[in-house]
Design a protein around this ligand. Structure first.
Ligand code: ADP
Ligand code: MG
Length: 627
């Protein structure tokens, strides 16, 4: 930040460069043609409301009477200006520099960059990235901020910028406590100085702001703390509007729950499931968006510990009379009260989701498709709620149609009495799972298998460990306790045509072991294969191929790959011919078994070096062509 006295203007006016990130934000905001420019009004009102909340809180904590707390908007269609004045907490000189010259949220620039490149539809999310103030420059040629801090009211200051690389600050003595922001509108934004236009926009976005908003002296919004009303008295439309207001969302929520409790604590809560998952942008973890109130006084915005991390996709309001007004972020973390609130809310949400899944499966499907990853995260991270969470997961299985989903309860209902375990199998998609070797034994015996298409699913099933006393087992495990009341293909006495002799089976097994001993733990004849020559199975059933690959990709410290057991199918033509080839031409036979091993590793979802597969395949092909 440079700070030079500007000699051409008033002696006490200082010029500052914006932080580089701010300049980039401004550049994007100013030069993109957003269709939703009107949201700057919501952003400035929301900042004013924040400042008013802070002022009320500050006064209450310090035993002072918070005077009139309001937002006054003045329009001048002759000079094409719009002015937002609030009687809030205000900003000192240092705060003006810190808050209006720098970006606090690291993802902000990436977000805006993306918005500028893609269809520009998501500019309405700007507030969630902590740069809402700069949206003023979508419509203004100049922004002038007058502010005096309620905390340190000694002097007032004026901040001015035209949105290029710098801004100025100068003392401004005769201004009241609070903040006044005046925008000189661009030629193409003069509509925003029109009375009806502004009133419409305020009703659309800011109706629930809990302070009076006046436009040229006329009161516009209806102030309601709808969470403190009884659910029967709140209309569906009001919920939807309130959601759009609190979450700065453009579309309706997927659902909400509104309840109050007296014991073990006094609590009123209104929680929404959004229609958007901001984490889909890939900028890391979103913050929880729950505002914490005590008797309708905002204690903390985006309060962190009210819900477990996996529920961070919820937004809304929690109001508890039992809270002290001056609870800080630090004391919240280890407050027994907050932990209690957290338990109560979590239980309610779990119950709500379960009921939605049962009674409105189509609606639940939408929630699952958008936020299923959070529920899975809950299973991996929250031991205590695992049973309740298990009821919420959905997946395709070998018995659902493609695209249809089942629950663990559905699975249990379908499985035969004698089946002890719940089976799952990872693969990128249905077709690939169904053409692989692992499914064969299950298909042969008519046993249902859960399909894990998402790379994290194996972790989820592994952490789940069991559901209603049935263990969850990866279908690539060696030891499968398959139900025995279904006829097995390996019934003694059932001789296959053209099977190789027991001696030959032993001999080919020994030979394969000698060739692959550095790669596998054990080699044995398989009883589970039908159409495939070889399969790699997981000896202890823990780290599946999908899990292994995910950990490798994450570059984490992962345990070294477990050596898998190799099973071969003595009835498979390839194995029978290989048995002949190994005496006729051992070199060629070695090439073949190595190649077959790599195929099995690929089927197991393990990372295999493409290069060696291709090289070896080329050698095999040249043998074929030399014939
Ligand atoms: P956010 O509101 O997410 O923090 P903004 O870009 O909207 O991000 O605002 C940046 C900061 O500027 C706010 O956090 C606040 O500290 C300060 N600010 C903006 N407008 C006002 C206002 N009217 N009164 C007091 N402070 C304000
Ligand atoms: Mg803001």
């Amino acid at each position: 930040m440079s700070n030079s006295k500007d000699n051409n203007t008033a002696m006490n006016r200082e010029t500052f460069e914006f932080q580089a990130e701010v300049s980039r934000v401004l550049d994007i905001v100013i030069h993109s043609l957003y269709t939703d420019r009107e949201i700057f009004i919501r952003e400035l009102i929301s900042n004013a409301a924040d400042a008013l909340e802070k002022c009320r809180h500050h006064d209450l904590v310090n035993g002072r009477d918070p005077g009139a707390l309001e937002i006054a908007i003045t329009l001048d269609s002759d000079s094409h200006t719009i002015t937002f004045a609030d009687t809030g907490i205000g900003m000192s000189r240092d705060e003006l520099i810190e808050n209006l010259g720098r970006v606090a949220h690291s993802g902000a620039v990436d977000f805006l960059q993306k918005m500028a490149e893609s269809g520009k539809k998501d500019i309405h999310l700007i507030g969630q990235f902590g740069v809402g103030f700069y949206s003023a420059f979508m419509v203004a040629t100049e922004v002038c901020v007058d502010s005096r801090s309620a905390v340190d009211p000694t002097g007032g200051y004026r901040w001015i910028s035209n949105g290029s690389s710098s801004y100025t600050i100068e003392p401004a003595d005769d201004i009241p406590i609070g903040t006044t922001i005046r925008l000189s509108l661009k030629k193409d934004a003069e509509e925003f100085a029109q009375d009806w236009r502004i009133k419409d926009i305020i009703r659309k976005y800011s109706n629930f702001v809990s302070f009076p908003i006046q436009v040229n002296g006329e009161r516009i919004n209806t102030i309601q703390a709808i969470w403190s009303r009884s659910p029967q008295d709140v209309k569906e439309e009001e919920y939807k509007e309130f959601f759009k207001f609190t979450a700065s969302a453009a579309s309706d929520p997927l659902g909400w729950l509104h309840f109050s409790t007296d014991a073990p604590i006094d609590l009123k809560a209104l929680l929404f499931i959004s229609d958007e998952n901001p984490e889909r942008f890939g900028f890391g973890r979103m913050d929880s968006n729950i505002n914490l109130y005590c008797k309708r006084v905002l204690i903390q915005r985006q309060a962190k510990d009210l819900l477990p991390l996996w529920l961070r996709f919820l937004s809304g309001v929690v109001d508890s009379e039992d809270l002290p007004l001056n609870i800080s972020r630090e004391t919240m973390q280890d407050s027994a009260l907050i932990r209690k609130i957290n338990r109560v809310l979590t239980k309610r949400v779990l119950k709500y989701l379960k009921e939605m899944a049962e009674k409105k499966p189509d609606e639940y499907r939408k929630v699952w498709d958008k936020f299923g990853s959070f529920i899975k995260e809950g299973i991996v991270t929250e031991f205590s709620d695992r049973d309740a969470l298990a009821e919420l997961i959905r997946f395709e299985t070998s018995m659902t149609d493609s695209g249809q989903q089942a629950s663990l309860a559905d699975y249990l209902e379908r499985m035969p009495e004698s089946q002890k375990e719940i089976y799952y199998l990872a693969g990128p998609n249905r077709a690939s799972i169904e053409s692989g070797p692992y499914i064969e034994v299950f298909r042969k015996r008519g046993i249902e298998v859960i399909y894990n298409f998402d790379p994290v699913d194996d972790f989820v099933m592994h952490h789940l460990a069991s559901y209603k006393d049935r263990k969850t087992v990866s279908a690539d495990s060696e030891a499968l306790e398959l139900p025995d009341d279904i006829q097995s293909e390996t019934t003694p006495g059932e001789e296959k045509t053209g099977s190789i002799s027991e001696d030959d089976v032993r001999a080919i097994g020994d030979w394969i072991r000698s060739k692959l001993q550095d790669k596998v733990a054990e080699v044995k004849a398989s009883t589970r294969l039908v159409d495939s020559p070889l399969i790699l199975v997981n000896p202890d059933g823990s780290m599946t191929g999908a899990m292994q690959r995910l950990m490798e990709a994450a570059g984490k410290d992962f345990p070294p790959a477990v050596r898998r057991n190799l099973e071969f199918n003595p009835n498979h033509t390839l194995i029978k011919k290989l048995n002949q080839l190994r005496s006729a031409n051992e070199t060629q036979a070695t090439l073949v078994i190595e190649q077959l091993y790599d195929h099995a590793a690929l089927n197991a979802g393990l990372t295999v070096e493409t290069r060696s597969i291709v090289d070896r395949m080329n050698r095999i092909l040249s043998v074929l062509l030399d014939r």
